[in-house]
Design a protein around this ligand. Structure first.
Ligand code: ATP
Ligand code: MG
Length: 208
């Protein structure tokens, strides 16, 4: 593993159902921009905030995430949330990563403009802000102004720990990919080829 001599660790959480180039692109841009030594991809177990109920088995989501990060020496996958029984709370994950670290790590949680707004609804939000900083990346299709308005109203201490990062972004979502697979439309160039092959081999998403 090619680690920079610092302790800045990126955390990329998501359902990854499936993982796609939008996720990989923002993780790579954030890594570069914020000089992160690595980015840890953490597929969720049973997410608390997803309205959708038919989320794919974590074993598949984890495997696709592993395949997707294979070609990037700065990317790793953590099974911490998939291994946990019951709903996934970010605060518990961050506590665990913190306790397992050397105490010197600085964690940067990378999220899209939509997900950052959900932070305010997360469990133990004050503690989360103590455990990590946030990199809020703009996402095509989601209003930058709305995100800014909400963030401006946060307590100053929390606001100071959110770094807004405007990338050009890629207009891709897992929802779109699932729909395209179901309709038999191409998903090539939206996600890594090995993930596409995995989806085909396991006949995923064909029934919605
Ligand atoms: P779904 O459509 O099922 O919600 P998704 O594409 O939003 O899937 P998630 O797994 O929900 O993917 O997202 C994980 C994280 O990646 C979130 O912080 C989300 O905001 C971010 N993200 C996903 N796609 C993009 C994108 N194209 N650009 C920027 N951020 C993204
Ligand atoms: Mg999403």
């Amino acid at each position: 593993m090619n680690i920079l001599p610092n302790n800045r660790v990126g955390i990329m959480g998501g359902t990854f159902d499936p993982i796609h180039y939008g996720h990989l692109y923002i993780a790579e841009c954030a890594r570069h921009k914020f000089a992160l030594s690595k980015v840890l991809f953490i597929p969720s177990g049973q997410p608390v905030h997803k309205r959708r109920t038919n989320i794919l088995d974590p074993v598949h989501r984890l495997q696709m995430t592993r395949l997707a990060v294979e070609s990037n020496p700065f990317f790793e996958v953590s099974t911490v949330e998939v291994d946990r029984e019951g709903p996934t709370y970010t605060v518990d994950t961050m506590e665990l990563l913190y306790s397992e670290g050397s105490g010197k790590e600085e964690f940067f949680f990378i999220t899209g403009a939509d997900a950052i707004l959900e932070i305010l609804t997360w469990k133990d939000v004050t503690r989360i802000f103590e455990l990590c900083q946030f990199i809020a990346v703009t996402r095509p299709g989601y209003s930058f102004d709305r995100m800014n308005r909400v963030l401006r109203n946060l307590p100053g201490k929390q606001r100071a720990r959110i770094h807004i990062y405007e990338t050009g972004g890629i207009l891709i979502s897992s929802t779109e990919i699932r729909e395209r697979v179901m309709l038999g439309e191409p998903v090539k160039y939206l996600l890594p080829e090995n993930v596409e092959k995995y989806i085909k081999a396991h006949k995923l998403y064909i029934n919605g």
